[in-house]
Design a protein around this ligand. Structure first.
Ligand code: ADP
Ligand code: MG
Length: 607
């Protein structure tokens, strides 16, 4: 098959200008009559690998696919492209089934999608016996393996079906799961014959991976949704109940949300899905039942409200963001307590008669191990992308610079209340306000009870770890709200604004947070502050001189003016300012933020 025919078909039928990595290689192997195993991440374009040869081969291509919705989707888009395709599954009425079988017998289809269960039916085998089957494609091939994250016993029948055909066609297995065990299982259990192995890179450079450890996840979620303003995204939860709860709570707060889980009736599911797909609703809150086969290109964020059970699921779900290649965020909101529900799922698996007791025990062990790795990811402090890619057997030589581990920037949180508690404790202890005493009183330590039990701030922060209280105290010193004099803490003038007026204290969240690579606009309103602008300009001049570059190469005046308008200055909000590139943010972010905060503190003091 000449190269140009392949490319021409790709253009004509699918409307794509060029191949994605791996597509041509798989297609060519199949056209040569070889088996192939394609391991490529979600969104890489696996379907084309077998759909293209299917069009060029003389007979029909059978495609085994695990989900009805998946088949429907693919068949619909093929038909839209003028390809004769159909599916056979339980969603068809007996009449429709008959029609499809009749047309199939007449050789009217180039591709037929079937559920794996059907392959074992004698009636189906009889119907196929008279056909020229040119290719057998097994989509989501990891379903054949118990070591995958989605084992389906019916996949085990595929090999015997293949043997039953008068002429064995080339077999193409496709999956996004790359662990060696699963790959071995696919080759062995599908009886692939020296398959041509193609593995795409699992890296999705446009995705920014983040893990947040929020104290209150709902607050963190709202903050995210506000941050993403009018962008479209998915929020994944681990239970139907949680989906319902979040949907209700968010709708009440007037967020544009739709829900999706397997407990809803088909009609509601379809409606909600369409609302999301057609941008009538901005946010989809769903269980993992949502998303297979969904190809919405403008998903700008995927937030996991609960930790999923394994890396495969996480990467697949998170990977639904940024399919059009534009920058998108994948955020895991992690709380240790969420591990319990995953453990529950592991301990209460769906009935699986195909497994012996020993196999079931091994499977359980395997799942626990996968969950442990997922937890490791949530706690990982290095480059998250390196972690992910290493899991899928790929090595990223340098940290990616586009994840919360690398960027170390933080989402700021309002900590006014905590600050007020600490400041009033200091004010009450007066000359006794040594740092250790302040911590002991706020924590409500037993030893401090005798002396300070009457103090109205005693035990006010009892549910906070002492190390955390200490770091808050240090933070308030940094912010110029507390001062250390001769070993005693004192409130500064600025502290009064926090205690008695409405000055807010914001602190970077505990976990790194990186955001906004220039594609989001914050609300800039009002006139730029000329005094602050002059100070920032001076900073630019100083830096420029030191580095031998022009001041405007540091930041343009426009960028500086916008910086003066930030109402809650933080590292993260700096990134929302047009002209603050990732590189500049890394080089100068802290310096400029400090200047802005210092200025604010000073002006607050003089007011
Ligand atoms: P996978 O099965 O690997 O998750 P799909 O086959 O569903 O991926 O394809 C993902 C998306 O990529 C689809 O929107 C598809 O139209 C698109 N796509 C596939 N191949 C190409 C290509 N060569 N050029 C542009 N887009 C492509
Ligand atoms: Mg696919």
């Amino acid at each position: 098959m000449s190269e140009s025919v392949l490319l021409q078909t790709l253009r004509d039928v699918f409307g794509f200008d060029s191949f994605r990595p791996g597509q041509r290689e798989v297609a060519e192997a199949l056209l040569r009559g070889e088996d192939a195993l394609a391991v490529m991440p979600t969104g890489a374009g696996k379907s084309v690998c077998f759909q293209l040869p299917a069009l060029l081969l003389p007979g029909v291509t059978l495609v085994v696919s695990p989900l009805i919705s998946l088949m429907k989707d693919q068949v619909q888009s093929l038909v839209q492209n003028g390809v004769r395709a159909a599916f056979l599954n339980a969603s068809l009425s007996p009449r429709q089934m008959e029609t499809v079988l009749l047309r199939m017998a007449k050789g009217r289809y180039k591709l037929i999608y079937v559920a794996p269960e059907r392959l074992a039916l004698p009636s189906f085998r009889a119907a196929v016996a008279g056909l020229e089957v040119s290719l057998l494609a097994v989509d989501e091939a990891h379903c054949v393996s118990q070591w995958g994250h989605d084992f389906r016993p019916s996949y085990l029948q595929i090999a015997s079906f293949c043997r039953s055909l008068p002429v064995r066609p080339p077999v193409c297995a496709l999956t996004a799961t790359a662990t060696p065990r699963v790959k071995d299982d696919i080759v062995r259990l599908l009886e692939l014959q020296t398959p041509h192995f193609v593995s795409g890179s699992f890296d999705r450079p446009n995705l920014c991976f983040e893990v947040e450890h929020p104290r209150r996840k709902f607050v963190a979620l709202r903050r995210r949704l506000d941050l993403y303003a009018d962008k479209s995204g998915i929020v994944y939860c681990s239970s139907r109940k949680k989906v319902d709860e979040l949907c209700e709570a968010l709708s009440e707060l007037r967020y544009s949300v739709a829900g999706y889980h397997a407990g809803m009736d088909a009609e509601t599911r379809r409606k909600n899905q369409d609302d999301f797909l057609f941008d009538r609703k901005r946010v989809m809150v769903a269980t993992n039942a949502f998303g297979m086969g969904i190809d919405k290109s403008n998903v700008s964020f995927v937030i996991h409200f609960n930790i999923p059970g394994d890396m495969e699921s996480y990467y697949q779900e998170a990977g639904r963001a940024g399919r059009d290649g534009s920058a998108a965020d994948c955020v895991l909101l992690f709380k240790k307590s969420d591990l319990a529900i995953q453990r529950y799922f592991i301990d209460n698996p769906e009935e699986n008669e195909a497994l012996t007791e020993a196999e079931a025990a091994a499977l359980r062990q395997n799942r626990l191990e996968k969950l442990r790795i997922m937890e490791e990811y949530a706690d990982y402090e290095g480059c998250l992308r390196q972690f992910i890619l290493a899991y899928f057997g790929e090595k990223l030589s340098a940290p990616c610079g586009n994840c919360s581990g690398c960027l170390g920037s933080r989402l700021s949180v309002d900590e006014t209340e905590t600050a007020q508690k600490i400041l009033s404790c200091v004010a009450r202890l007066k000359d006794a306000a040594a740092r250790a005493a302040v911590v002991a009183v706020l924590k409500g330590r037993a030893e401090a009870a005798e002396r300070y039990g009457e103090n109205s701030t005693f035990g006010l922060l009892s549910d906070m770890a002492e190390s955390e209280i200490e770091s808050r105290v240090a933070f308030l010193c940094e912010q110029g709200l507390l001062q250390l004099q001769n070993g005693v803490l004192r409130c500064t003038g600025a502290a009064k604004d926090v205690l008695f007026r409405s000055r807010h204290v914001r602190r970077m969240a505990d976990r790194p947070k990186m955001h906004n690579r220039g594609n989001k606009t914050a609300a800039f309103e009002g006139q730029p502050d000329p005094v602050l602008f002059a100070r920032l300009k001076k900073l630019c001049i100083e830096i420029g001189q030191k580095k031998g570059i022009s001041p405007s190469a540091v930041f343009s005046d426009l960028t500086l003016k916008k910086m003066t308008l930030l109402d809650h200055p933080s590292l993260q909000s700096l990134l929302t300012v047009p002209g603050v590139s990732l590189q500049k943010y890394e080089s100068y972010g802290i310096i400029f933020l400090k200047e802005i905060l210092a200025y604010q503190t000073e002006t607050n003091q003089t007011e």
